[in-house]
Design a protein around this ligand. Structure first.
Ligand code: C5P
Length: 238
């Protein structure tokens, strides 16, 4: 049942107790959960194991980006936690991604391994400032092709890049999309955003939503609203 859940709720909390309180409100058949840098730094592997033991599919979103040997070791350690998905930054390059993949191949049941293309908080202008003249869409496309050629399972990208990436890398290559907002939601620091309906219409495999659910007055209710939106096929505005 939970394998069909397309929504990943980002548990971006500073304290373990807050994350667990939120997880307790979430229906495991409707969503997976994501543990990112803030929560992992505060609460560590024991919280990840606890979420896994409670039956959640856990995406450990630590976005490893280092030399190949270091990233391989980090991925090996992450895989031992029994998580469903882990990730690296595609910008770490082919050798780093190959080493990451090889490191988790040996385990009994390996997690899915995906790579971040371009953060959804980055605009074309912000990319130019760090020396990427091509713009977000072209850079995401380039890094997705490299990720695919390195044998990873998919990428994190913006909804707006999904169709092009699927065309270049094939339908089975996973796309995980943050920056999901209902029209009335605050964008926060996200720039390249889209609605849940638009994300599904574009063919995104998994949608990451944090604040619009975790900061809602009734997160359980919000989860159901997202689920309903994902069933609708008519409203496909970005
Ligand atoms: O609260 P919000 O819905 O913006 O949360 C988005 C989540 O997705 C955050 O945990 C963030 O770290 C993560 N993420 C992202 N952009 C990426 C990769 C991950 O926003 N490219």
């Amino acid at each position: 049942m939970k394998d069909s859940a397309k929504l990943i709720v980002a548990l971006d909390f500073a304290a373990e107790a807050d994350a667990l309180a939120m997880a307790n409100q979430l229906d495991r058949s409707l969503c997976k959960v994501k543990v990112g840098k803030e929560l992992f730094t505060a609460a560590g592997p024991s919280l990840v194991r606890r979420l896994v033991d409670t039956g959640f599919d856990v995406f450990l979103d630590l976005k490893f980006h280092d030399i190949p040997n270091t990233v391989a070791g980090a991925c090996r350690a992450a895989a031992k936690l029994g998580v469903w998905m882990i990730n690296v930054h595609a910008g770490g390059g082919r050798d780093m991604m190959l080493a990451a993949r090889e490191a988790i191949e040996a385990g009994a049941s390996r997690p899915l391994l995906i790579a971040v293309t371009v953060l959804t908080s980055l605009s074309d202008q912000a990319l130019q400032e760090v020396g990427v003249a091509a713009g977000a869409a072209a850079q995401a496309d380039r890094l997705a092709r490299l990720t695919h050629a390195s044998g990873l399972d998919g990428v994190v990208c913006s909804v707006h890049e999904v169709a092009g990436i699927k065309q270049a890398c094939g339908a089975a290559f996973l796309t995980v999309t943050p920056g999901i907002r209902f029209a009335e939601d605050a964008k926060g620091d996200q720039v390249r955003v889209a609605t849940p309906q638009f994300a599904r219409a574009q063919g995104a495999d998994y949608l990451v939503m944090g604040r619009p659910i975790t900061q809602a007055p009734n997160p359980r209710q919000r989860l159901l609203e997202v689920e309903r939106a994902l069933q609708q096929e008519k409203d496909v505005r970005p």
